[in-house]
Design a protein around this ligand. Structure first.
Ligand SMILES: [Zn+2]
Length: 372
């Protein structure tokens, strides 16, 4: 068994071994990224039961969301610009730096950006990128779970606090303590909200931060005005929650012909039709049976967890006489729907079909733009 106790080593041996392990770790990181890039390019995560490379890295490789995001971004960049693999393996640049420069890389600037991030810390890379690629949207989008600590009786009561915490350029973490947000509002374009003071919440709570254009801010103000009779003007969390309820209902009606709220009340009773049209009652029944989740099961028995980009898929394809019945329909995420279609009809056939659909959609849009 591997022993992790190193107390018997001399200082010199310990330092020598650590340096050697770090060097091997850099080579291993580059090799790992090469593997991620190749699995990604071959889309092997799909038959393994995952809708995306990110889901594969989190659910199968057990990386955290952040670690998966960083590795995938770096891996894709390194596949396009292979000298990044060497720079990583040699310790010239670290994984965080590659992930940061990745969105800015071009064939013209790749050498310069590797050079500029050589032996630099993350904050230094962020600084030179901010100078070289200035953006008005310097505030990173992020969602953070708020750590809630029960207040002590001696704690002074907290006043209503602004929803937006301080937004130093390049800041990536949220100042939070005892469930409260500290800091000051720096952006007058944002509407102030508040968080409850020392209240302890049974449910986990999250802090959202993102930059919006003025048009979105105007919509928020309009929604707040329309809701002013039913909730405090500064309760942004409830406005956000109501907006999401409305959006979800609208999207469910578009996709299923009915919202899940209605779905819970109704029982499906319609069955089958020979046309491509799928009646709302059947869509409802399939959605309910499959619990709104992709039904793809990998060869090792793992079911895809995806609930996004969900589509109705014919078990026996419509083109081969498959009917729109509850039994012949199932939910699939778009990745697994496409995978199944490619498996049945062939990759080239589906590629041609997608190109035809794209051309048809482009022609429709152009005609719509040109119509009086
Ligand atoms: Zn899926």
């Amino acid at each position: 068994m591997q022993s992790y106790s190193l107390t018997h080593l001399t200082d010199a041996v310990l330092l020598r071994d650590l340096s050697a392990i770090a060097a091997r770790d850099r080579v291993m990181t580059a090799t790992l990224l090469a593997h991620i890039a190749e699995v990604d390019a071959r889309r092997l995560y799909v038959p393994a039961g995952h809708p995306s490379m990110h889901a594969f890295c989190v659910e199968h490789l057990r990386y955290s969301d952040d670690a998966a995001f960083r590795r995938i971004r770096a891996a894709r960049a390194a596949r396009q610009f292979p000298k990044l693999f060497t720079a990583l393996a040699d310790g010239q640049v670290n994984l965080a730096a590659v992930s940061l420069i990745a969105p800015h890389l071009t064939y013209e600037n790749v050498d310069a950006l590797i050079e500029a991030s050589t032996h630099k810390r993350k904050i230094e890379v962020e600084q030179f990128l901010a100078e070289r690629f200035p953006s008005s949207d310097a505030l990173p989008s992020a969602v953070a779970k708020i750590r809630v600590i029960s207040p002590k009786p001696s704690d002074p009561p907290a006043a209503a606090l602004p929803l937006l915490a301080s937004a130093e350029p390049g800041a990536t973490s949220f100042p939070s303590a005892a469930g409260r947000l500290s800091g000051e509002v720096r952006n007058e374009m944002l509407v102030l909200g508040r968080v409850a003071n020392s209240e302890v919440h049974a449910e986990p709570r999250f802090h959202f931060q993102f930059v919006v254009p003025k048009s979105t801010h105007d919509k928020l103000c309009q929604a707040q005005a329309l809701l002013s009779h039913s909730m405090p003007a500064d309760d942004l969390a409830r406005v956000f929650d109501r907006a999401l309820d409305a959006l979800i209902s609208q999207l469910e009606v578009r996709r299923l012909g009915v919202s899940t709220r209605e779905l819970r009340r109704e029982r499906p009773h319609e069955e089958g039709t020979p046309s491509r049209y799928i009646p709302a009652a059947i869509r409802r029944a399939v959605w309910g049976r499959d619990e709104g989740r992709c039904t793809f099961v990998s060869i090792t028995g793992g079911r895809c967890r995806c609930r996004r980009f969900i589509e109705l898929d014919h078990v026996v394809p419509f083109a081969r006489g498959g009917k729109a019945t509850v039994e012949n329909l199932r939910l699939r995420c778009s990745a697994h729907n496409q995978y199944e279609a490619e498996r049945v009809f062939g990759v080239d056939f589906m590629k041609r079909k997608r190109q035809e659909a794209w051309i048809a959609a482009t022609t429709r849009d152009r005609d719509a733009d040109n119509s009086p």
